[in-house]
Ligand binder design. Structure first.
Ligand code: FES
Ligand SMILES: [Fe+2]
Length: 390
């Protein structure tokens, strides 16, 4: 159970909030390169409570700037993308990706007015077709982590863009340290629907589950381990929650990273990056833009269709409320992962408040190696189910 004050401390994401200041110390997914075409090189994005414009300029660079022009507030979404920036549709002020005002057509150059304008702008990096942005203080910008799923070229990649989640980001993250939900929410639901995909978590009951806090030079989080009843399978390969807002998870035919980007206090955009390694380890030619797919979670009536894991999870997260009231919850033994995560979150928010760096960020290029999350020799529920099915 949490007080309202603590709940706000953990959940609020705006620029002046303690939680928002912690989240701003990490890179967040804001889109996919495949979403920005020559015909439509602009996309509005709301991230951590800020209204921004993501664009691809005519020389192929990416920019993320405040949507409203610094002159008189017109939307740059209707602006003109040029070789070196974006030009406002109203009076033609032009901004580069660093937020410098590089042109003011109707101001006299001698006045030096444009040098006084700093338009809000944030760094963007492209890794495997995923666009990551950093919204924190520039002098604290960490290196973008090199996740193996994104960096490896011996397999197929895909980015699933999920239907917008209409609740606070923490509800999704608490689910990532909640192993007991898989039985009813996923397997039982699918079994009742007659879907053969129900098997992964339905063969056996969970016997035991453990959590371990891990803190490496390039990432930190909680390693989970589930042990199922019966003795014909080894313990599962770890599938960590990566602090603060990523889940790594084995899926059918491969692996996925789920990036949960807070839009604002009561909505979240989930991007699922999928990687399916080739069977023989051969390299796969990668398209210029990693393909994207939209994953719907609701039907025409606006209800959760519950036909896949994503819809089931979104149902569980959203129906807790736009921002779950944790003063009314009753946590049990099965929720100890949730408690562990909240403890880490509290400590890290306080670390930033106290002027120290939070866990899981790296500034040292000598340590900037590929981060290995995939352990192909590991056992997971999907491969076990597939082997059992023969
Ligand atoms: S409002 Fe953008 S240039 Fe005037
Ligand atoms: Fe789930």
């Amino acid at each position: 159970m949490l007080s309202q004050e603590d709940n706000d401390f953990f959940c609020r994401v705006g620029p002046t909030t303690p939680g928002g200041q912690l989240l701003r110390r990490y890179w967040h997914v804001v889109g996919a390169t495949a979403e920005l075409t020559d015909a439509k090189p602009k996309k509005r994005v709301r991230v951590l409570g800020e209204d921004l414009l993501l664009y691809k300029d005519r020389s192929g660079g990416y920019g993320l700037v405040a949507e409203k022009c610094s002159h008189r507030g017109v939307s740059l979404y209707y602006g003109f993308v040029e070789k070196d920036g974006i030009r406002c549709p109203y009076h033609g002020w032009k901004y580069d990706a660093c937020g410098r005002c590089v042109d003011q057509p109707f101001e006299s150059p001698e006045a030096g007015f444009k040098a006084k304008i700093q338009h809000p702008a944030y760094p963007v990096e492209n890794l495997a077709g995923v666009l990551f942005a950093y919204l924190g203080p520039l002098e604290k910008k960490p290196l973008l982590p090199k996740w193996d799923l994104l960096v490896r070229d011996d397999g197929k990649k895909q980015i699933d863009i999920c239907e917008t989640l209409r609740c606070n980001w923490l509800q999704a993250m608490e689910n990532s340290v909640d192993p007991t939900h898989t039985y009813y929410l996923h397997s039982h639901t699918l079994k009742l629907k007659g879907d053969p995909d129900f098997v992964p978590y339905h063969y056996r009951m969970l016997n035991k589950f453990d959590f371990e806090f891990v803190n490496y030079p390039t990432w930190a989080g909680i390693q989970k381990q589930r042990i199922f009843e019966g003795d014909d399978a080894p313990p599962e390969t770890p599938h960590p929650l990566i602090f603060p807002n990523i889940l790594f998870v084995p899926v059918r035919m491969g692996y996925a990273m789920h990036f949960r980007t807070p839009i604002d206090d009561t909505s979240t955009q989930v991007y699922q990056f999928r990687f399916s390694p080739s069977k023989d380890g051969s390299l796969v030619a990668q398209p210029e833009n990693t393909p994207i797919e939209f994953v719907g979670t609701t039907d025409e009536a606006g209800e959760f269709h519950m036909d896949n894991f994503t819809s089931q999870d979104h149902m569980a997260w959203e129906t807790q409320g736009p921002l779950a009231d944790r003063s009314r919850e009753h946590l049990g033994e099965g929720d100890r992962g949730v408690l562990m995560y909240r403890k880490i979150l509290r400590e890290q928010i306080q670390a930033v408040q106290n002027g120290t760096d939070p866990i899981g960020i790296n500034f040292d290029s000598s340590k900037d190696e590929v981060i290995k999350l995939i352990h192909e020799d590991g056992y997971d529920a999907f491969s076990f189910a597939a082997a059992r099915a023969g």
